[in-house]
Design a protein around this ligand. Structure first.
Ligand code: PRT
Ligand code: ZN
Length: 284
């Protein structure tokens, strides 16, 4: 019994999808240029596909699970289950207009021709916002549509914004924020569910490791209580006595996003020699 996963063959999600599997201890280095590869050390078969086809393959059960952008998932609207957000492939689906056009509110999009590869998501969005625009479905190079007179606006994926900039466009509405997600077929049998859970356990360990840091510091004993209150840790901080009298070494885990605030407070409470190191895997 093998779990079958579909990932993008070549594109923006390919490298990170393979790295994710690798960081989960699953090696698929043989066969990257093929349609299919087998993992060496996990019952996993990998299919390399176009991202647009992944939701359908997972719905049909040709693949049991897949990695795909939420933008594609929503546009294709297939009957699959989103299992886990993966934190890469982040982008937004946005409406943009020529830089020299004024824009005060979404009502300004009324009667405009908007070029997009995301006609389903866009039409739902415009309907919700009570805007009546003409949607032109095109499959590639959407950003050039206003320049060649094909449309008045576009709705396309944006990450750095440099494509919009170099085409004389400005972003005026964010329709959707997207990242890569792990999706699953809704009717996995018991054995496949078990394999998926095993994989998911590893993915979650990586994800929490990434959002946490291991911190070590020296503190005067009389400040230990205050410092431990700042540093809750996984259970509670570890305290080890230093050779120097009246001082201890404190070890704990801090959340990446609280990191700078915590460092400030620790310093205010007399912490010294603060070391912050990345965590590779974290099992909570
Ligand atoms: O061949 P296949 O169909 O598999 O690939 P594809 O060409 O359809 O997709 P690909 O590889 O371009 O993108 C795969 C997925 O990556 C998308 O579905 C998104 O979920 C995610 N992603 C993240 C992006 C971007 N960021 C992104 N910036 N996908 C596309 N872009 C494009 C965008 O369309 C525009 O042309 O990059 C340009 C804008 O980038 P900036 O940085 O200039 O703003
Ligand atoms: Zn595609």
């Amino acid at each position: 019994m093998k779990l079958k996963i579909a990932i993008q063959k070549s594109g923006r999600l390919s490298e990170e999808s393979i790295r994710l599997l690798k960081d989960c201890g699953i090696d698929i280095s043989n066969g990257l240029n093929k349609l299919k590869a087998e993992a060496a050390n996990f019952p996993l078969e990998v299919f390399f596909l176009r991202d647009d086809d992944i939701p359908q393959y997972v719905e049909d059960g040709v693949a049991d699970i897949g990695i795909v952008g939420e933008n594609v998932l929503l546009e294709k609207n297939k009957n699959v289950k989103t299992v886990e957000k993966l934190g890469f492939g982040k982008c937004r689906l946005s409406i943009a207009i020529p830089r020299d056009k004024t824009f005060n509110s979404i009502k300004d999009l009324n009667k405009l021709r908007i070029a997009t590869s995301y006609s389903s998501i866009l039409s739902h969005y415009l309907k919700k916002k009570k805007v009546k625009a003409e949607i032109h479905e095109i499959s590639g190079s959407v950003e050039i549509a206003p320049g060649i007179g094909l449309a008045d606006a576009i709705c396309d994926l944006v990450s750095s914004g440099s494509t919009l900039l170099s085409n004389g466009l400005k972003e005026v509405e964010v329709v959707l924020r997207s990242e890569a997600v792990l999706v699953s077929n809704k009717n996995l049998n018991k054995d496949k569910k078990e394999l998926l859970n095993k994989l998911l356990f590893r993915i979650k360990a990586l994800r929490s490791a990434k959002s946490n840091k291991y911190i070590l510091l020296n503190a005067p004993n009389k400040k230990l209580k205050a410092i431990c209150d700042i540093l809750p840790g996984m259970k509670s901080p570890t305290i080890l006595p230093l050779e120097e009298k009246g001082w201890s070494s404190v070890h704990s885990v801090v959340k990446e996003d609280q990191f700078w605030d915590i460092i400030e407070k620790l310093k205010d409470n007399g912490a010294q020699g603060i070391l912050v190191v990345p965590i590779e895997k974290m099992i909570v």
